[in-house]
Structure formats: structure tokens, C-alpha cells
Ligand binder design. Structure first.
Ligand SMILES: [Zn+2]
Length: 407
């Protein structure tokens, strides 16, 4: 199983997704290039039922071995796109990593104070960037692990139920998952492989809403403004000052939620602001939404009805509420990780995943790690051993589900 070269091959392909082109899926041609390579490689591994759909999603099925047709069908999903800057990635391989801070080619340093996992990775084969781009381990480490699992499966000729595989486009823009064909995929349960440590399990994510604020001011000549002028941009400022200061991304961690000011623009006559609201706990989430509604109401009472207009929309929900109804899924994942000699560790997700959308679409789908860290930045890094372990965990899941019949 040549995990390293597989990974290096995938990150050499530019698959940046493009927010600006979000109406086209995939949003970039590079994702097609990778999709076609993955189809060819799956066929080489002997997977016959492979195709792409019009959105560039790769669907592959490995049929159950004889006698295992009635077992649960288990699915594995990873995404093909990356954030920017993801062009011309120059991966640097450090063999026998010493566990210390890593000096990148451009002079920047990956420090253990920021990445506490570094000492854990001592002796491994570490892959980093030259410091000018992301690495693309998000999520090509996940793709590599799933492909590695397929390779192990063919080498070992194991008995198994139906295995479903998908490589998806435009996860980073959030647009790809809406086109995911659940029936075509055909799994009873699935995991996305799109996270940190190879023993990481994530199934609790934020509840999320988007907030758009429009403010209509009453402009006037400053010389005769007394009692007349309502300065829209100052109302935007006032609104922001009414939100709890410490409930912002820069002051919160773990399961703590926040109001995040994304954008503000304005003049005396009109202003606009955009926020996102994030909160793990469902009740607190409702409270946060109610609070911003109350703030808007107060401002309208002060400045006149229609001064502040609020558009509040739910974006996604915490999948924990569904996953907790399937305790076997989590215990099987825990066992798969333990069977490879590791101890599973749960991490709350400070964001959403495609798996959370899929879970609410009817396919319970927690997220597993693939031995990669520092996503969405130039200090992204992963280890070959981490991806190998991850592939073994996925194979263990296949093994475990070979013993579980469909309901
Ligand atoms: Zn990802």
C-alpha cells in the first residue's frame, strides 16, 4: 500500500473550489481532473461499479461477497475540493520527524505550542508545504485513506457486505452536498473521512444560522440634523455593541457558540451587516437567535419601525441529535479504532460537515480523522502513518459491518 505516493499524486492536482462560481458544480475543472483519476484508479483496484455523475461526484460500489448480501451497506465519503491557496502545492516530505517545530521553506514555522499533536508524531514521515499554499490534506488525506482501504480489501480478500464510496465536489463552498444522490449511493450508514487525528471521531457540530441586517437611515444636512438624522452606519455600530462582546469566535472554543460579524458596509443613509450564529446546544442556539431579534426590535422602537430589517435563516443543525439515536454506529466506530490499537477520542466540530447535511437527509454520517492537521492554512500537515492507520480503521469498519445484518 503506497499511501505516500498516492497522497502526493492527489495534492499535485489543483482542485481549489470557487465561491464565485458556486452555481456550477463542480465549481472548477480541476475537480473533474481528480474525479477522472479516481475513477481510473478504482477500476485498476478491481472496483467495477464506478462512475461520475453530471456534478463530478464519483460513486463506487464494491458488491457484497457471496453470502454477505444481507449485511448492512456501509459508506465512505471524502471531498475532492480544497480551499485557496491550493495551486502549485509543493509538498515537502520529512522522514523520521523529530517531533520539534518545523521550519518551512519560506521561513515560517509550524510550532508545537499551536499544534500540540506534533510531539505525538515523532519518528513518522511528515508531509508539510513550502509555507506558501495549503497542503490539501483537507481532504486528500481522506481520499487517500479510503483508496488505501480499497487496496487493503483487494489484497486481503476479506468477506464483506456492500461497500459504498463517494468522492464529492465543492464541500468547502457548501454547495456540492445538495446534489448528493443518497439512493444511488445506497449506504445504510456512512462516515466522512475529513478530520484530524486518525483516532478522532466527530459527530457533534454547530447549529448554524445566517443573519442579514439592512438598515435604513434618515439622512439630513448635518447643520440641521438635530432630532432628524438617523445615521444608518451608526445604528449598525450600535446593534453590534448590543451583542455580547465575548460571544465571538476570537473568545470561544470547544462547544462555545458565537455571533460572528462577517461583513459591514454603510453610509449615513443605508447600511448592511452580515453575521453568522453558531451554537452546539440547541436551547442556547434558540436563545442566540431570539436575542438578535430582540436587539433589532429595540432599535426599531428607538428609531422607528422599518429602520432595521432582519433576515435570519437556519443553515444547518447539530447532527448529534440524530446520531445519538444510532448508538451502535458510534460503538462500532469506537471498536474499529480500538481494533487498530488506538483509543478513540471525540472532538466537537466548530463548524459543519457534509456529513451533518447527509445525516439530516437520512444517512447517519459522523466524521473520522485521516491523520491531518492545520486545515485551511499554509501550516497544514499530515503523516503517512496517520493515513495508513486511518485506512486500517476504515477496513475494520468494513469487517465489523460484515457481521451486522440489515434490519
Ligand atoms: Zn474538509
Amino acid at each position: 500500500m503506497d499511501i505516500k505516493n498516492r497522497f502526493l499524486r492527489y495534492v499535485s492536482i489543483d482542485t481549489e473550489s470557487d465561491e464565485e462560481n458556486e452555481n456550477q458544480i463542480p465549481s472548477t475543472n480541476g475537480q473533474w481532473t481528480l474525479a477522472n483519476i479516481l475513477v481510473a484508479e478504482l477500476k485498476e483496484l478491481g472496483v467495477r461499479d464506478v462512475c461520475t455523475d453530471e456534478f463530478g461526484t464519483v460513486y463506487a460500489h464494491i458488491p457484497a461477497t457471496t453470502g454477505y448480501e444481507k449485511c448492512m451497506a456501509f459508506g465512505f465519503i471524502a471531498h475532492m475540493d480544497t480551499v485557496k491557496p491550493g495551486k502549485n502545492i509543493k509538498p515537502q516530505v520529512i522522514s523520521n520527524y523529530d517531533g520539534k517545530d518545523i521550519l518551512l521553506t519560506n521561513g515560517t514555522v509550524i510550532k508545537s505550542e499551536r499544534y500540540p499533536e506534533l510531539p505525538e508524531l515523532i519518528g513518522r514521515e511528515m508531509i508539510v508545504t513550502d509555507g506558501t499554499t495549503i497542503l490539501g490534506a483537507d481532504d486528500k488525506a481522506g481520499i487517500t485513506a479510503i483508496m488505501g482501504m480499497c487496496e487493503l480489501l483487494t489484497e486481503r480478500e476479506l468477506q464483506h457486505g456492500k461497500i459504498c464510496i463517494a468522492f464529492t465536489p465543492d464541500e468547502e463552498t457548501g454547495k456540492g452536498v445538495g446534489k448528493f444522490a443518497l439512493e444511488k449511493f445506497g449506504a445504510d450508514y456512512a462516515v466522512t473521512v475529513d478530520g484530524g487525528a486518525e483516532y478522532a471521531v466527530e459527530y457533534e457540530n454547530f447549529n448554524a444560522a445566517s443573519v442579514k441586517i439592512q438598515i435604513q437611515g434618515v439622512p439630513s444636512h448635518p447643520g440641521s440634523a438635530k432630532g432628524v438624522m438617523v445615521n444608518a452606519v451608526k445604528v449598525a455600530y450600535e446593534l453590534h455593541s448590543m451583542l455580547p462582546e465575548k460571544e465571538a469566535p476570537e473568545f470561544t472554543e470547544q462547544k462555545e457558540g458565537f455571533y460572528h460579524l462577517m461583513f459591514v458596509e454603510g453610509s449615513m443613509s443605508q447600511a448592511k451587516a452580515e453575521y453568522i450564529i453558531r451554537e452546539h446546544d440547541k436551547d442556547k442556539y434558540k436563545q442566540k437567535k431570539a436575542f438578535i431579534e430582540q436587539v433589532v426590535q429595540q432599535l426599531n422602537e428607538k428609531y422607528g419601525e422599518g429602520t432595521v430589517n432582519l433576515i435570519l435563516e437556519d443553515s444547518y443543525q447539530n447532527m448529534a441529535e440524530i446520531i445519538k439515536l444510532h448508538p451502535d454506529l458510534l460503538s462500532n466506530i469506537e471498536n474499529a479504532i480500538r481494533n487498530t490499537g488506538m483509543e478513540p477520542e471525540y472532538f466537537p466540530i466548530r463548524g459543519g460537515t457534509d456529513g451533518c447535511r447527509l445525516t439530516f437527509m437520512g444517512l447517519p454520517c459522523p466524521n473520522l480523522g485521516a491523520g491531518a492537521y492545520g486545515f485551511h492554512g499554509t501550516q497544514e500537515h499530515c503523516t503517512v502513518e496517520g493515513m495508513e492507520k486511518s485506512a486500517q480503521v476504515l477496513l475494520e469498519l468494513v469487517n465489523i459491518y460484515a457481521g451486522i445484518l440489515k434490519n
